[in-house]
Design a protein around this ligand. Sequence first.
Ligand SMILES: N[C@@H](CCC(=O)N[C@@H](CS)C(=O)NCC(=O)O)C(=O)O
Length: 240
Amino acid sequence: MIELYDLAGRDPLLRFSPYCWRIRLALAHKGLEAATIPWRFHEKAKLPGAPHNQKVPVIVDGDNVVADSAAIAAYLESRYENGPSLFGGENAEAHANFIAAWADHVLMPALAPLVAPYVLPVLHPMDQIYFRSTREARLGESLDELGARSGLLLEAALATLAPVGATLGRQAFLGGAEPSYADYIVFSCLQWARCVGSPSLIARDDGLARWQDEMLNLFDGLAGNAPVAETDGRQRAAKA
Ligand SMILES: N[C@@H](CCC(=O)N[C@@H](CS)C(=O)NCC(=O)O)C(=O)O
């Protein structure tokens, strides 16, 4: 069975990494069973392929160790070509590449200042100092200051998501009539925010809300039934 190294919080059941969620959904889309291995930032030496591999997701599939969500998605598509297509064809794969670049260069930077302060309290205590120092250096501001500005940061995040909502008002999924990797990329960013208990990114009852519900229900509620943290960082049990 494929193993997926997946970022976990203090509670090993709390999984929130946006890049790992992309792959959990991709594996389910392909109909592949996988065991997720909880991993924390302070366990870098335990990652398969370390010290070259420093980040999750990493998968181990027999003799193959693959790191990086884009590389893993491409690997799953070609290695398991008889399963349902993850991208939905060559053109769709090219479009998904743009969605991934937009998510990494525009959406994640818009969400990170809002979400990062909510990540800190759910982390394993041995991860908290590392997370605070690396994220404060990256974001250029203290997590406490960012937490105090979450109202304005939420507005900026919602503005960034507006084209996604507009698109989903006209079509069922970002990939068209059926969900595909393009959807998993964007949804995983929302799932990251949702799992750590940051303010809701679903502001209206529109295309985005309808789509998020459908994404939460896919694959027997894989994402919808996953444990989420309360806004104060305490963990709540998975939704029944
Ligand atoms: N480009 C990578 C990014 C992966 C990534 O940033 N993973 C984070 C968790 S969400 C990580 O493992 N960070 C390790 C660290 O910051 O030390 C991908 O798409 O897989």
